[in-house]
Design a protein around this ligand. Structure first.
Ligand code: C2O
Length: 348
């Protein structure tokens, strides 16, 4: 699958969508460049849990404020960054060489696309902050201490991290329900935490033994969109989107709809956690050396490895990245703080 940027067109939006109704990126001023890895001498950015992120939450707020202050025509502006998600999820982009709309959810493109998206978002933020070590904190909804939404996103309507379109029943200290299907449960916080840990085990271990189960189904050039989601996308990532969005809006905006979710700044820490779970699934160093976490290997299929997407980078250059470029976080110069995997104890 290759993105054809020059044929970005009308998104297919749900009824009663909220403006803006277009989400194509600005036309590039120069030719597309191929991705190159950052300099190996760059500081390694460590993404920390939002509940224990030191200065990084305040820096994220400042970075989002700086992005919001850029003119909307600037590809690094918050407006354009949010639009990236809209364009890739509503069929505004086409697969190169076909008329088929491109959709990066519900397939094996889910993890690599969002990794690349967050990679560029983070580098733009770091550049605007003039702080090369800045890393986007992750909302650790899989850990008991991270199961409340980070309060910085809710405390102050004037904060750049605030978004009015959220479920008012789910403001902190409400514990996230990783089994949320639009109905509130009548259980204690302790029971909710236990339930969440069991869901984590099932999603990360029991049901994710193969790449196609964890990542999602193959999606090759010429295929119809959305062949099937992986466990984390479906059972965790989507649930947290739905739990966060405003149920009184027709499409559960902002977080509950593809076209609007990245308009809420909490999207980025949410995706940092989803991305972290990919590293955990692979059994890398950040699993705390807990050998109960099985190691897994990604797809080796070249149709996956060669799939490509386009993003504007921190220099506002349009860059083509392939899935192959996104497989080694150390080469991408970031890592995650090791916060353990307590749900490995929640084997049913
Ligand atoms: Cu592209 Cu969290 O969705």
């Amino acid at each position: 699958i290759v993105t054809d940027l020059l044929r970005c067109g009308e998104p297919s939006l749900p009824p009663h969508a909220l403006p803006p109704f277009h989400c194509c990126p600005p036309t590039p001023e120069a030719a597309v460049v191929n991705f190159t890895f950052p300099d190996a001498a760059e500081p390694l950015r460590t993404r920390r849990p939002a509940h224990d992120a030191g200065d990084d939450m305040a820096k994220l707020a400042r970075a989002v404020a700086l992005m919001k202050a850029l003119p909307p025509s600037d590809p690094r502006s918050f407006y354009q960054q949010a639009n990236v998600h809209c364009a890739y999820c509503t069929g505004a982009h086409r697969q190169a060489g076909t008329e088929l709309p491109l959709q990066i959810h519900y397939s094996w493109l889910f993890f690599p696309f969002h990794r690349a998206y967050l990679y560029f978002f983070e580098r733009i933020a770091a550049r605007l902050l003039d702080d090369p070590s800045f890393a986007v904190p992750f909302w650790a909804w899989d850990l008991p201490e991270g199961m409340r939404a980070p309060p910085e996103f809710f405390s102050d309507e004037a904060s750049p991290l605030y978004d009015a379109l959220r479920n008012p029943r789910h403001v902190p200290p409400r514990v996230v329900d990783l089994d949320f299907s639009y109905v509130e449960k009548n259980i204690t916080d302790e029971e909710q935490v236990e339930l969440n840990l069991r869901i984590m085990y099932k999603t990360m271990v029991t049901n994710a033994k193969l790449p196609s189960l964890f990542h999602g189904q193959p999606y090759r050039a010429g295929d119809r969109a959305m062949p099937g989601a992986g466990t984390v996308e479906l059972a965790l990532h989507n649930v947290v989107h739905r739990w966060t969005g405003d149920l009184s809006r027709p499409n559960n905006e902002n977080m509950g709809a593809y076209y609007s979710s990245a308009r809420d700044p909490i999207f980025y820490p949410h995706h940092a956690n989803s991305d972290r779970l990919w590293e955990v699934w692979r059994g890398g160093d950040i699993s705390g050396g807990d050998r109960r976490q099985p190691r897994h290997v990604d797809f080796t299929d070249s149709d996956w490895l060669d799939s490509s997407f386009l993003f504007y980078d921190e220099e506002a250059r349009l860059v083509r990245v392939t899935v192959r470029d996104m497989l080694d976080v150390e080469k991408l110069r970031y890592t995650y703080a090791d916060v353990g995997t307590p749900w490995l104890d929640a084997r049913p």
